[in-house]
Design a protein around this ligand. Structure first.
Ligand code: NAD
Length: 367
């Protein structure tokens, strides 16, 4: 007699909640950072910071005895930059790595932690969400390698919406939709579970409500705060559920074709949703509710119109002649958990639609 396997209509899951302290408050980053460094007994922090945040970072950390400033942050963490940052940490006998900036700064701090096990304190300035995951990524020779390792999970995240106000509207929208993609992919990721689903749907609700306010008044901290909180929920959901089809596509496009991260996620998301929604009615219904719409695909399209979101991979620099290679590379990585079977033709159609940029759900393509 064979052992009983899981029955399809029963609920079985293993959920991991990652241990992390989160300090959230506008105008509180300097005080919260100092308190955290004191708790850690840090005497020689290293600060990894993107150029856009360098001046702010010096103000936030004034008088804390920073041992080394590392400002050479490059998107998708080239291995060479990780090695430089690790060498700097070793040379300056660093005891904590503080990252201040978008996902690229967080990613570089994680790369240092991966080999040194130094604690990371992350101060995010975009909605990328890397700070809430134990996933690292590095790029070499046009290939992005990722992995998950407890050493890279930032011990503490310091959120201060004032640091996000300098994000131009276009980046705020793209980065906010990158967070939205974390939510949507969490609904059908390989480890999707009710905890991740709850976080993801609340993340969608916050992002869909607040991103239009950020666009209408980029200086208004209320919209900025709630969008940032939504981005955190999105990232926690994603950390639990793992990469679904959307993230596998973007992983290939980012690593092989070096497309801008947030904009690429924003462009691909509606096409993956339109592809999967008919095969995932429960997820589509939850999404529609969270978007305040009757239909998830049409609701997302309406939000994209309102936000004037980026539309096509073509405008991001992907060549039409790159599509076959992209299709082959993604095909080898399609998660078995995807609610709809994916073959070469259907994947090629999704990628072509994202390249052309007709938004599904707006009349350009059927929902
Ligand atoms: P980014 O960090 O590269 O920032 C994009 C640009 O915006 C940069 O020029 C940066 O200087 C600027 N910028 C950042 N914050 C700003 C602000 N407040 N005001 C003005 N300019 C600002 O981009 P990103 O989208 O935040 O992060 C993308 C990277 O994060 C990618 O490498 C991606 O792979 C990684 N990521 C990793 C995970 C993970 O779990 N490991 C999750 C999400 C993203």
């Amino acid at each position: 007699m064979s052992a009983p396997g899981p029955t399809p209509d029963r609920l079985t899951f293993e959920h991991r909640t990652l241990p992390q302290r989160v300090l959230f408050g506008s105008g509180s980053a300097a005080a919260n950072l100092r308190e955290e460094l004191e708790q850690l007994g840090s005497r020689r922090p290293m600060v990894v910071v993107t150029g856009s945040a360098a001046a702010v970072a010096r103000r936030l950390l004034e008088g804390t005895g920073v041992a080394v400033w590392f400002e050479d942050v490059v998107q998708h963490v080239p291995v060479a930059s990780a090695e430089q940052a690790r060498a700097a940490a070793q040379q300056h006998d660093v005891d904590v790595v503080v990252s201040i900036g978008g996902g690229s700064a967080t990613g570089l701090a994680k790369a240092v932690a991966l080999t040194t096990a130094l604690p990371v304190v992350a101060v995010p300035t975009t909605y990328a969400g890397s700070e809430a995951t134990d996933v690292w990524g590095m790029t070499q020779d046009g290939r992005k390698r990722t992995g998950s390792d407890g050493r890279v999970l930032p011990r503490t995240v310091v959120y201060d919406a004032e640091l996000t106000v300098s994000m131009p509207v276009g980046l705020s929208v793209a980065s906010g939709l990158n967070a939205m993609a974390h939510c949507v992919d969490s609904l059908w990721g390989p480890r999707a579970d009710p905890v991740a689903t709850g976080l993801a749907t609340e993340g969608v609700r916050l992002l869909a409500e607040e991103l239009p306010l950020v666009v209408a008044d980029p200086q208004d901290l209320r919209g900025r705060e709630r969008a940032l909180a939504g981005a955190y929920l999105a990232a926690v959901a994603f950390a639990a559920a793992g990469s679904g089809l959307h993230h596998k596509i973007c992983h290939v496009l980012g690593g092989r074709f070096d497309l801008p991260h947030a904009q690429m996620h924003a462009v691909v998301l509606p096409h993956v949703l339109a592809f999967n929604a008919p095969a995932a009615p429960g997820a589509a219904r939850r999404l529609a509710e969270a978007l305040g719409a009757e239909d998830a695909v049409a609701g997302l399209a309406a939000l994209y119109d309102e936000l004037d979101a980026p539309r096509s991979l073509r405008e991001l620099g992907l060549q039409e002649s790159d599509l076959p290679e992209a299709t082959e590379l993604v095909l080898g990585q399609v998660p078995p958990s995807n609610p709809r079977p994916v073959d070469r033709d259907s994947l090629a159609q999704v990628l072509r639609a994202a390249w052309e940029g007709d938004l599904p759900g707006t009349g350009g393509r059927p929902v």
